[in-house]
Ligand binder design. Structure first.
Ligand SMILES: Cc1cc2nc3c(=O)[nH]c(=O)nc-3n(C[C@H](O)[C@H](O)[C@H](O)COP(=O)(O)O)c2cc1C
Length: 347
């Protein structure tokens, strides 16, 4: 196999600081999109309608949250052949996130460590971008809380965001699993979780009645949980009639990257080393959900086979992030093609 154009570009990008490379890539993609060259250069023709949460997806491979936090680039990103795109995490008020550097590449492991800390321009800005966009595909909007909102008041932040994004999203993701906002992951357990889900489902019902549009709620969970906690979560999601679960976010573990440069940086680890953990959470979750709630699987997809494995473990859809940074749109195309082939042979 020859060297692909993305591999050459990646060499140049990887010489830059990770966050600058990230911004440069997204801006370049946007320019290519404006020149109407995006889908010609990066797109593919594979299509296979699939219905999840009563939404029609053109293919099962999505872009995970965090790459386009403010909704500035999703029109352009969709040129890469994703079946859906998730923007955010967005918070009620703008916030700058953690000090830089806060994004680290670990190329030997095809991994990233980030402690961005929900840097974003706030929910009002994101909505303006969605309103301006000409994107016609499936859009998820991922919501969170501001870092300085006390965890006891987190529900208020999620409610503000849900109310504001409701009419503009095909589904809304409740992010309670980022490791970079202190206390956020506590919302995954016990009374705090019950309270949050009761409030969000109540608001969803109210907004659906007002608008005549039902927008599904997905909850995104961490990979750092024992089996009993996963079972507990599954039961709670069934009890509250949550519409989907996204498994998983980044991990706080450093398994698989020990001794590598940047491995000791604080933050969430993503990419290849999180795959086994995410797959395990997916497996346990699917077992306890018993087909009652669909799962969107993320975590360590770096080949078409990884994506197919997640479907075989019971996921309805998959999302990629780190693999996309390392391999570009070729990974999306390969995953879509393999997932479609898998669903034909199994269905
Ligand atoms: C730099 C970076 C920023 C991220 N930001 C967010 C975020 O804002 N919200 C969120 O729900 N997940 C965020 N994620 C997690 C991804 O959406 C995904 O769940 C995780 O990285 C596992 O998938 P992957 O191994 O394919 O990257 C981020 C991941 C990375 C690498």
């Amino acid at each position: 196999m020859g060297t692909s154009p993305y591999k050459i570009l990646r060499k140049i990008l990887f010489m830059m600081d990770a966050e600058r490379a990230h911004e440069f890539s997204l801006k370049s993609l946007k320019t290519i999109h404006q020149l109407k060259l995006g889908s010609i250069l990066f797109g593919h023709k594979y299509k296979s309608e699939i219905q999840v949460m009563d939404i029609d997806f053109p293919n099962p491979v999505g872009l995970a949250a965090g790459l386009d936090k403010n909704g500035d680039y999703f029109d352009a990103l969709s040129d890469c052949g994703f079946g859906f795109v998730e923007i955010g995490t967005v918070t009620p008020r703008p916030q700058s996130g953690n000090p830089q550097p806060r994004l680290f590449r670990l190329p030997e492991a095809e991994a990233i460590i980030n402690r961005m800390g929900f840097n974003n321009k706030g929910v009002d800005y994101l909505i303006e971008q969605v309103k301006k966009s000409s994107y016609k595909g499936v859009l998820g909007i991922n919501i969170g809380k501001n870092f300085d909102t006390p965890v006891e008041k987190a529900v208020d932040d999620y409610l503000i965001c849900l109310e504001k994004v409701y009419l503009y999203a095909d589904y809304v993701t409740v992010n309670i699993s980022s490791p970079n906002t202190p206390g956020l992951r506590d919302l995954q357990f016990g009374e705090a979780l019950d309270e949050l889900l009761i409030a969000l489902k109540h608001k969803q019902k109210e907004l659906a009645q007002q608008s005549g549009k039902y927008v599904p709620l997905a909850v995104k969970i961490a990979p750092d949980m024992d089996d009993a906690s996963i079972q507990q979560l599954a039961e709670t999601f069934i009890k509250h009639e949550i519409d989907a679960v996204i498994a998983t976010n980044t991990t706080s573990s450093r398994d698989g990257v020990e001794g590598l440069k940047h491995a000791d940086e604080q933050g969430g680890l993503s990419g290849r080393p999180v795959k086994d953990k995410s797959d395990h959470v997916l497996h346990v979750l699917v077992t306890h959900l018993q087909g009652r709630i669909p799962v969107i699987a993320a975590g360590g997809i770096s080949s078409a086979q990884d994506a197919v494995n997640k479907l075989r473990l019971g996921a309805s859809l998959v999302q990629v992030y780190t693999g996309f940074i390392y391999q570009g749109s070729a990974l999306v195309r390969d995953c879509v093609q393999a997932c479609i082939r898998n669903s034909r042979s199994s269905g």
